[in-house]
Ligand binder design. Structure first.
Ligand SMILES: [Fe+2]
Ligand SMILES: [Fe+2]
Length: 138
């Protein structure tokens, strides 16, 4: 039984660690790992968490729409990262992605997750946690 908001925060910390790793190694492989983790995380949020936020949290519709838009922007950068073989262009794109994700993560953690914790019962947060985990490829 795990609160979905805790699972989301754990994913965020893992992605931040990967951005740090990329700063050390500059490898395309590390950049692709960031892209993969972000895609899995964002897809699970879109499938399980954002719809619940939209329906069950005050201002949830606006929060979920903003989140979806920011996921779209991140996915555009992810597409460009996958398509470049130029090392300095790659570094520039990963830097842009990190800035975008840092803004998005801070909005989720300062607004969306606290509001979900206020609006939902512990049982509901655990139920969404199980669905969030199940939505990810194993
Ligand atoms: Fe997130
Ligand atoms: Fe997100």
């Amino acid at each position: 039984m795990t609160d979905v908001t805790k699972l989301i925060e754990t994913d965020h910390r893992e992605v931040e660690a990967l951005f740090s790793q990329y700063k050390e190694d500059g490898k395309k492989q590390t950049a692709l790992k960031i892209c993969e983790e972000l895609d899995i995380h964002a897809s699970a949020e879109e499938l399980v968490f954002y719809p619940a936020v939209r329906d069950e949290v005050p201002d949830g519709q606006k929060l979920a729409e903003e989140g979806n838009e920011e996921h779209g922007e991140a996915r555009q950068l992810i597409g460009r990262i996958k398509n470049t073989e130029d090392t300095s262009h790659l570094a520039d794109l990963v830097n842009q992605l990190e800035e975008a994700i840092s803004h998005h993560v801070s909005e989720e953690e300062t607004e969306m997750l606290p509001k979900a914790r206020d609006a939902m019962t512990a049982e509901r947060l655990d139920e969404l946690g199980s669905e969030f985990q199940a939505a990810k490829p194993t």
